[in-house]
Design a binder for this molecule. Structure first.
Ligand code: NDP
Length: 458
């Protein structure tokens, strides 16, 4: 590490979210002089308005069906009412604890946390509340914010940000979008007892996921009496005198609801940073353009995480941050691999996925074999629900390598995380077959799929 004493700091990080905090901590721990500036709570979207409070809502929603399922196991139960304020307060407590934990970790690592809004005022200069700081390198890790489509009454919609401070749970909700946030919140609201409708503009939600998985999830959700509407787009939203919302749709229909959530993607946070003035270029999607080493068009300025819009996932931002610190301060220049990134949608039911979908694999490989297992779990047998599981492996028929693993069902994210390690290690289907199952689990199905469901050859 070569400290350049002509500057106050070696690394000045803008944004104390997942990527910024990880880069600041790792660099500071190596003796790098680091400052981090944050205008809001430490932890960014994931900790304050995303992954963490969302997962707590998911757990709360799971109790909704658990009370009904418990009857099949002999419990004499009826579903008690939800106290929304208690859930909010307890969730806020967890988030506040995480905020303090992050601040503590930064200070323990030796990084300075500065409060305020930052503007880049030079290639080596950041200004916060009238004070300018010089730094050898600047790292932009400002994340992203929800995008709200333009339509008459769009100001009446809320985004995922507001869902974490709702004063009360709505009775009815309409969710616009077919991605992660829309599908997760459809499940959350349903589990919490809200009459929810999810409206997606295309023919099938979760674009980009394996088609059989998307179709299966839609079927499972509909079996739970969830109202999914495809080819459906709001065209106007108006407020009724009683405060409810009247929504008009592209097919001419209308509906009344209490809350409309725009879960229609997120955009990089690049405004008001002074990027244009300093010469940092954006790409055609408005994200900061970076090369392999996360360097922007200005050599002393770097960017990573949602603001570069490669994959808007916390673990990806963390990996990018560690890769950058390795490059800048440890002399390791290995490019970050974006292959085989596992991901989960905490919808109801959950989806877990790693590697190629059937559609991607059949485009990239001449011969693929598909293995599937579709079943009702032991738990569901007594729970008396309609819920079933789907597991799927996609195998390159010529090398026997497993190219993709997908699952729909309880714990899908937990199970796929382990399978992702096997895929990273290059596991073949023969290795899966040689692995002894853990009985009785759902996960054992991944090592007991003996007969091919189908082969695709071109
Ligand atoms: P996504 O990109 O996942 O989905 C956006 C959805 O909105 C798509 O269905 C898209 O449709 C639709 N859409 C876009 N523009 C419009 C429009 N003008 N009118 C109507 N619909 C529109 O974004 P999310 O907001 O759901 O989530 C943001 C990111 O956060 C995700 O990409 C994900 O990376 C991350 N995230 C990850 C989670 C996890 O790991 N579990 C959980 C939550 C978020 P179309 O498909 O037709 O383009």
């Amino acid at each position: 590490m070569n400290a350049n004493n002509q500057y106050e700091y070696d690394l000045f990080v803008i944004g104390a979210g997942s990527g910024g905090v990880r880069a600041a901590r790792m660099a500071a721990a190596l003796g790098v002089r680091v400052a981090v500036v944050e205008q809001d709570r430490a932890g960014g979207t994931c900790v304050n308005l995303g992954c963490v409070p969302k997962k707590l809502y998911v757990h709360a929603a799971e109790y909704g069906s658990a009370f009904a399922a418990a009857v099949g196991f002999g419990f004499d139960s009826s579903r008690p009412p939800l106290d929304w304020q208690t859930l909010q307060q307890n969730k806020d407590g967890v988030v506040a604890q995480a905020n303090r934990g992050i601040e503590g970790m930064l200070s323990k690592a030796g990084a300075t946390l500065i409060r305020g809004k930052a503007t880049i005022t030079g290639r080596h200069e950041v200004t916060v509340a009238g004070t300018s700081y010089s730094a050898e390198r600047i790292l932009i890790a400002t994340g992203s914010r929800p995008f709200v489509p333009e339509l008459p009454g769009s100001d009446l919609m809320v985004t995922s940000d507001e869902l974490f401070t709702l004063p009360q749970l709505p009775t009815r909700a309409l969710i616009i979008g077919g991605g992660y946030i829309a599908t997760e919140f459809t499940g959350i609201f349903h589990g919490l007892g809200v009459a929810v409708t999810q409206a997606y503009r295309g023919n099938l939600f979760l674009r980009g996921f394996d088609e059989e998985i998307r179709t299966y999830v839609a079927d499972q959700m509909r079996k739970k009496a969830l109202d999914l509407r495809f080819h459906c787009q709001p065209t106007r939203i108006e407020k009724n005198v009683d405060g409810s919302l009247l929504v008009s749709f592209n097919d001419g229909s209308t509906g009344t609801t209490d809350l409309v959530l725009a879960a229609t993607g997120r955009r990089p946070n690049t405004s008001f940073l002074g990027l244009e003035e300093v010469g940092v270029e954006l790409d055609e999607r408005g994200a900061i353009k970076v090369g392999e080493g996360f360097q922007t068009s200005v050599p002393s300025i770097y960017a990573l995480g949602d603001v570069i819009n490669r994959l808007q996932l916390t673990p990806v931002a963390l990996a990018e941050a560690m890769n950058l610190v390795d490059r800048l301060y440890r002399g390791k220049k290995t490019p970050l691999s974006y292959e085989l990134i596992p991901t989960a949608v905490f919808s109801s039911p959950n989806i877990g996925t790693v590697g190629l979908s059937e559609e991607q694999a059949s485009e990239q490989y001449p011969d693929i074999d598909i293995y599937t297992a579709e079943f009702r779990s032991l738990k569901q047998a007594l729970a008396g629900t309609t819920e079933r599981y789907l597991m799927k492996l996609i195998v390159d028929a010529n090398s026997d390598r497993v190219l993709g693993a997908h699952m729909v069902g309880e714990g899908a994210g937990e199970i796929i995380q382990g399978i992702a390690i096997a895929l990273k290690a290059g596991a073949t289907k023969a290795i899966f077959d040689q692995t002894i199952g853990i009985h009785p689990t759902s996960a054992e199905e991944f090592v007991t799929m003996r007969s091919k469901t189908r082969s695709i050859n071109r």
